[in-house]
Design a protein around this ligand. Structure first.
Ligand code: ZN
Length: 396
């Protein structure tokens, strides 16, 4: 596959649907009659994490804005417009991510206003909402209004794990695009073709990531990500009694915090820097004192948002580690039951633990992990929740 859709392994049906829509959109712009039902103004991209929801939405946006639209429905991947969309810098593409744990109503209203403007490139104004399921209720209402009464050249692309994650009123106004979990072979192929990763290593990473392309790529290319996974997977063998269980819990939480810190620090400082520049820090003259007071307020707002984002990233990262752990025990269970499924971990890592416990004990351990995830969504202190889980794991 070529062009902007090439990073969607195993999603042939979705790619065909989006190409058809992009061709329909191009026909509309050219004043020709589009294929009936091909294009619409609101889309909902669903699929499990990592299946490529936002990649598909971004590729579709590129296809709609592509400057070389006379190809196969747009999305050449080479023209300036495609490159800007893929880099997230295109003037007609509004990329929206929740700043904290959710989208607030103010953020959404601002967005709706901006989206109603005319596209500068004369094609479409596209709003890409990642994690649209994180809208608060009022934000969802503001969004609903915009989708109900669409501006003629605005296209809404919402992403969510499943259609049920959005309120029915919004869902019913969107065309749903359903991504599937790609096979490990398909993911490995992309890693080999696009990233030049050696096939055996690509396949191991693809299996470990269970169809999550971004994660597979990180595991294959980022040594620290691979090390963190290895740390998580050392937990099952380590939790032999009380002491080791508690220290494993502490390690798990610390590892997740370190990873989250690395992610947010990279974002925080450039944002603060941009704000300082916007307020002209260092300049002098009339009105500077007033501007500086304004900056202090804006800086406080920014820091509150950054704090809220840090909390979300920390939570997501720990959850990711717990899912990794759950997957390991699922593998052990499959191994114990002799089930014919593709395992995420190599058999050699599973054999000893599988033979030293029973399927019932493995199931109990899986439940302990899921219980821990639940506690974390209820805002129980992470270390407490993880310690409780580690103790359950050690008891078998
Ligand atoms: Zn293009």
């Amino acid at each position: 596959m070529t062009g902007v859709f090439r990073d969607l392994p195993g999603q042939d049906a979705v790619v065909a649907q989006l190409r058809r829509a992009a061709a329909g959109a191009a026909a509309l712009l050219a004043g020709r009659r589009p294929e009936p039902g091909a294009m619409t103004h609101a889309w909902l991209f669903t699929g499990p994490p990592g299946s490529g929801r936002s990649v598909a939405a971004r590729a579709f946006a590129a296809a709609l804005l592509c400057g070389d639209a006379d190809g196969d429905g747009g999305g050449c991947g080479e023209c300036a417009s495609c490159r800007q969309v893929l880099a997230g810098t295109h003037a007609d593409l509004l990329l929206v991510r929740p700043e904290g744990l959710s989208y607030g109503v103010k953020q959404t209203r601002d967005l709706v206003l901006r989206a109603a403007g005319k596209p500068t490139g004369g094609r479409w104004h596209i709003v890409l909402f990642e994690d649209a399921d994180r809208c608060t209720e009022q934000a969802a209402n503001a969004l609903l209004k915009a989708i109900e009464e669409p501006a003629p050249r605005t296209v809404w692309l919402l992403c969510a794990p499943s259609a049920e994650d959005l309120v029915p009123t919004i869902r019913s106004r969107c065309r749903v695009v359903t991504l599937v979990v790609p096979s490990s072979d398909a993911v490995a192929q992309v890693l080999t073709d696009r990233d030049g990763i050696e096939p055996a290593r690509a396949l191991a990473a693809a299996r470990a990531a269970q169809g999550h392309i971004g994660r597979a790529r990180r595991l294959a290319t980022d040594a620290s990500a691979a090390k963190r996974r290895a740390d998580v997977l050392r937990v099952p063998a380590a939790v032999t009694s009380l002491g080791p269980a508690l220290s494993a819990a502490a390690t798990l939480v610390r590892t997740a915090e370190e990873e989250a810190k690395a992610v947010t620090e990279d974002l925080d400082e450039p944002e603060r820097e941009a704000l300082r520049r916007a307020f002209g820090e260092g300049s002098s003259g009339k009105g500077v004192a007033k501007a500086m007071r304004g900056m202090a307020g804006a800086m406080k707002d920014l820091e509150d948002r950054q704090k809220s984002r840090a909390t979300r990233v920390k939570r997501d990262t720990l959850d990711q580690a717990l899912l990794e752990l759950a997957l390991f025990y699922r593998d052990i269970l499959m191994f114990q039951l002799g089930a014919e499924v593709e395992l995420a971990s190599p058999e050699s890592d599973l054999r000893k633990l599988a033979s030293s416990s029973t399927p019932e004990a493995t199931l109990r351990r899986l439940q302990a992990i899921m219980h821990c995830r639940e506690l974390l969504t209820l805002n129980v202190a992470p270390l407490l929740a993880v310690e409780e889980m580690a103790l359950s794991l050690s008891e078998g």
